[in-house]
Design a protein around this ligand. Structure first.
Ligand SMILES: C[S@@+](CC[C@H](N)C(=O)[O-])C[C@H]1O[C@@H](n2cnc3c(N)ncnc32)[C@H](O)[C@@H]1O
Length: 363
């Protein structure tokens, strides 16, 4: 990798994850209920925060201790990781992606979709594509499409668009409803070869793949997205930082452990922050790059903040099979820890951040 690697590493290797202030000087920022008082006043959908002072009593907060071997090697398809109460996962043996693909996770992603749509005021962030997508026969691909909810929304507004989705979960891509909606979903792994010819799509969208994209493979995965995109077509990436900002004690305990474990698995807890540095690795194919960062209040500030709090809480519960083992906590203690975070977010005005970045492909 080139000169940007040191910056990527700097963000990844910091242990004081939850106290960092997001960098905002190099991007356009939409503050949606951020902790900044000035912007809070002007963020129309985040008025009259409701504070929740309730403190969980059951879980006694202790310093996070991560079993590094479990954190690193846990794999939902490895019998050594299996437990009776486990949730359902994709069945790809060589992928250690560790969020479930069950109905509860689909509900969470649907919630998250509405939060992001409100924050970016559109399903498609790139202004050029917002117009082009109305062209009959415009061909789009969603990579890591899960249950295809984003595609369904785009197709509803643009019925003439040809919609394709690809995911490592066979369960999700086989859902019959999508074939009926004229959306073509199929199995595919962006870390290997996507099942499409070169130069197939006008627009390729990839959102929230942070837990499926090891740092070292990120640039090659971008090259794969570029391969299937037409010259002059667009790529849009939307990613979150896994750390939470303005974290209280429960959130610091949880995110420090998560950060440690994810880093050992080669993942990037600062995917939103680092997105531009990954894109720099493929700069020979990048034109007209634009980006937009959003700060989202967690469980406070407005209905959308409440929804985002529920989304992130469900996300941490989705990581329970991996996290409770790697933190060496009982399931009950882990759930109490997550509940502790959820209860303290309003008090600490905690927030998370996403970055949307798009560029036109030059070949
Ligand atoms: C957090 S979900 C996000 C889903 C959707 N993009 C959204 O924003 O609602 C991540 C999805 O990416 C899929 N995924 C993980 N690794 C992948 C890979 N290497 N190739 C394709 N899909 C992958 C997962 O199965 C999951 O459905």
């Amino acid at each position: 990798m080139g000169s940007s690697e040191s910056k990527i590493d700097k963000h990844n290797l910091s242990n004081d994850s939850s106290k960092q202030t997001p960098r905002t000087n190099d991007e356009s920022v939409v503050n949606v209920g951020s902790s900044n008082d000035e912007t809070k006043k002007s963020a129309s959908i985040f008025q009259s925060p409701k504070l929740d002072d309730s403190t969980p009593k059951k879980y006694e907060l202790k310093p996070a201790h991560v079993n590094t071997l479990v954190a690193k090697t846990w794999n939902p398809n490895d019998p050594k990781s299996w437990e009776p109460e486990m949730r359902e996962y994709h069945a790809l043996p060589n992928s250690d992606y560790m969020l479930p693909d069950d109905a509860a996770e689909q509900d969470r992603l649907e919630m998250q979709h509405y939060v992001l749509r409100a924050a970016y005021q559109s399903d498609i962030v790139c202004p050029a594509v917002q117009n082009l997508v109305k062209t009959p026969g415009y061909k789009i691909l969603d990579v890591g499409c899960a249950g295809g909810f984003w595609l369904k929304c785009v197709k509803k507004d643009n019925p003439q668009t040809e919609c394709h989705g690809v995911d490592i979960s066979q369960t999700l891509v086989n859902q019959p409803t999508f074939q009926n909606d004229g959306i073509l979903l199929q199995f595919g792994n962006v870390l290997e070869k996507l099942p499409y010819e070169d130069n197939t799509f006008d627009y390729v969208h990839q959102r929230a793949l942070v837990l499926g994209m090891p740092r070292e493979k990120f640039p090659d995965a971008l090259r794969e997205l570029i391969r299937v995109t037409k010259s002059g077509g667009w790529i849009e990436l939307v990613e979150a930082d896994i750390v939470l900002y303005n974290a209280g004690p429960y959130s610091q305990t949880l995110t420090t452990a998560a950060f440690d474990g994810l880093h050992r698995r080669g993942l990037d807890c600062y995917a939103a922050t680092n997105l531009p540095f990954y894109v720099k690795q493929v700069s020979e194919h990048v034109e007209k790059e634009e980006q937009k960062m959003v700060h989202l209040s967690l469980g406070w500030g407005s209905k959308m903040g409440i929804l985002f709090g529920a989304d992130i809480k469900a996300g941490f519960l989705g990581l329970e099979d991996w996290m409770h083992k790697s933190m060496n906590l009982s399931r009950e203690d882990y759930r109490q820890l997550v509940q502790g975070c959820y209860s303290e977010w309003p008090q600490h005005k905690s927030f998370g951040q996403f970055r949307a970045l798009h560029f036109q492909v030059k070949k």
